[in-house]
Design a protein around this ligand. Structure first.
Ligand code: ATP
Ligand code: MG
Length: 582
């Protein structure tokens, strides 16, 4: 059974040490509860011995009352420790969730491309939720239950060493046997879970494809597969349940054996005249008391093992390091920024073909570069390098004369604005969508920018103005409006370089006109790199760069290229523009 104790310890130390007081309180509550549990059979013994001996009504009444008080106190302690343990568990788990979320957000894009959102949700929530029990109950639980078992055996020892030895040996073997038996049922359940996963996957896929299945007459085949899966599922399920029931039977048998030992020993001691009838009641009660912690320990050991798998995944996530790390330059020059690429190559994965190869270009401050190329030629990738979403594999990217590797990410991204092909809007107020949750931007600034971009009328039509909450994913907004909002974001940032990855979708003429105006204002006194999909946008470029399969196939000033009759740019404008600029 693999239980990585060192990792457990490190995680516990890190997340429980800020809650030392609560954890100590939990420990005290649990130990107090243990004491009460140990006391109950003693009271029973006194009661029975009094009833069979002096029969003093007063003593019987007091013992009965004490029994009730102990029971009530036990419940109260139980409730308190539940409260404290949930608090401890959730506080620790939330802290871990926060750490993981912050860590993932700080990781670079290649990490996020390699991990699906579903996978990250499973790590941040699924695994951590499993760990909240680990923090609050498992370790303390196993410890407390073991303590209770030891306590019972010690008390029995004090009564008579034979009883102590008999039930002590029983306890140890019961824990061992039941844990072992539990392990037998586990693979059967794993098999049923796998089959059910497969079955639901099959259902989802085929329900989604109903139209194609009907159209192609594949119904018979699908039904056949359906029954095939059900047929495999039934025997697996049966085995798992039979294993479970056998386990249950074995548990009952084990405890019956425990009772038999207790009865046998008691009978012997009674016959020898070594114990009172009350002591026998007490011994039987203690034997019953063993049952709960033994079963608990068995379950908790299994849970600990499962928590181990979660911990391993969480720790490996926490140990992932971002490939993109901050440099030392914490501020870029103000005003328009130059852009310079020197022999820059890039591939998304080390062993893949390069997406960009040996790109060299220089863009003077305040100039606009029009980036052209077929789909998949690497335009968006180049834009990502300017933002340092990735580092180049070879060569360098310099913005404002500073290599992107040397600046802090915060400095770079506060001076370089990026409008992506599909703008991401959040389910938040228009204000937050504009400022990207930066409270430093005043309402007046936001309103001024919106009206400057021609979005004033649109804002007026929103029921709560800047406080209107946008629908998730920007539903209900046109692509053009979303792009305009994204441009407004850039305005508020006041960057020195604007990177614009134009949406390839077609816009209506009115919105297009607004966008044109907005881009003109945004580019005034700023450097621009525009991935152009429309002729108007191409026309505002000072320089043109045409990419093909990651290579620069043409680069020069737009006017020069226009005047060269055999330039690729001219050819594009003449023939290929429609094909290219979609
Ligand atoms: P479009 O005009 O369609 O937007 P593009 O010129 O912007 O195309 P890129 O998005 O830069 O093209 O893609 C260039 C190449 O890199 C493509 O072959 C694409 O499959 C690949 N690519 C893009 N993004 C990734 C990524 N995150 N991981 C791996 N490969 C990628
Ligand atoms: Mg692109």
């Amino acid at each position: 059974m693999g239980i990585p104790l060192r990792q457990y310890y490190r995680l516990l130390a890190r997340y429980l040490s800020p809650q030392k007081r609560m954890v100590s309180l939990l420990g005290i509550l649990i130990v107090a509860n243990l004491m009460l549990q140990l006391a109950r059979p003693q009271l029973l013994r006194i009661f029975v011995d009094t009833a069979t001996g002096t029969r003093s009504d007063y003593a019987l009444g007091v013992t009965a009352l004490a029994f009730v008080i102990v029971a009530l106190l036990g419940s109260a302690l139980e409730a308190c420790s539940e409260y404290v343990s949930e608090t401890v568990g959730w506080t620790a788990a939330n802290k871990l969730r926060g750490d993981l979320a912050a860590h993932c957000l700080a990781l670079d894009m290649s990490f996020h491309k390699a991990h699906t959102p579903g996978e990250l949700i499973e790590r941040l929530d699924g695994d951590v939720t499993k760990l909240s029990r680990f923090f609050s109950q498992l370790v303390i639980g196993v410890f407390a239950n073991a303590l209770l078992l030891v306590g019972v055996v010690i008390v029995l020892f004090r009564e008579d060493y034979r009883v102590g030895i008999g039930l002590g040996v029983f306890t140890l073997s019961a824990v061992g046997v039941l844990t072992y038996l539990r392990g037998i049922a586990v693979p059967y359940w794993a098999a049923t879970r796998q089959l059910s996963g497969k079955f639901y996957g099959f259902l989802a896929e085929h329900l989604a494809g109903t139209e194609d299945i009907r159209a192609n007459g594949a119904r018979g085949y699908v039904m056949f597969r359906f029954f095939e899966q059900l047929r495999a599922w039934l025997p697996a399920m049966r085995k798992a349940y039979v294993a479970d029931v056998s386990l249950w039977g074995a548990t009952i048998l084990t405890f019956a054996l425990g009772n038999a030992i207790a009865f046998g020993l008691s009978a012997y001691l009674w016959a020898e005249g070594l114990v009172t009838i009350g002591a026998i009641f007490m011994i039987i009660q203690y034997t019953e008391l063993l049952r709960w912690p033994i079963e608990q320990i068995r379950n908790q050991m299994q849970e600990l093992q499962r928590a181990g798998a979660s911990i391993a995944r969480v720790v490996s996530l926490l140990e992932k390091r971002s490939r993109v790390v901050d440099g030392h330059v914490s501020a870029l020059p103000s005003g328009p920024l130059s852009v310079e690429l020197r022999g820059t190559s890039f591939s998304y994965e080390p062993d893949e073909d390069p997406v960009l190869q040996d790109i060299t270009l220089r863009l003077e401050p305040g100039k606009v570069l029009g980036l052209l190329g077929r789909t998949g030629s690497g335009k968006t990738t180049l834009a990502r390098l300017l933002l340092r979403l990735y580092d180049p594999t070879d060569g360098s990217v310099e913005i404002g004369g500073v290599s992107t590797r040397d600046t802090t990410l915060a400095a770079l991204r506060s001076k370089v604005a990026f409008v992506t092909q599909d703008v991401q809007l959040f389910q938040a107020t228009i204000r937050d969508n504009l400022t990207l949750f930066d409270p430093g931007v005043t309402d007046n600034q936001a309103l001024a920018v919106l009206s400057e971009l021609g979005l004033g009328a649109w804002l007026d039509s929103q029921p709560l103005g800047l406080d209107t909450v946008l629908a998730p994913g920007g539903a209900g907004m046109s692509a053009g409006e979303a792009q305009l909002l994204a441009l407004a974001r850039c305005f508020l940032m006041d960057p020195g370089l604007v990177v614009l990855d134009e949406a390839s979708s077609r816009l209506d003429p009115a919105t297009e006109h607004l966008l044109e105006r907005a881009v003109t204002r945004l580019l005034a006194n700023r450097t621009g790199v525009i991935i152009a999909h429309r002729l108007e946008t191409v026309e505002r470029a000072d320089d043109i760069l045409i990419l093909e399969h990651g290579h620069v196939i043409e680069h020069g000033s737009r006017v020069d290229l226009l005047h060269q009759p055999d330039s690729r740019f001219n050819a594009l404008l003449q023939t290929g523009l429609k094909e290219l600029l979609v």
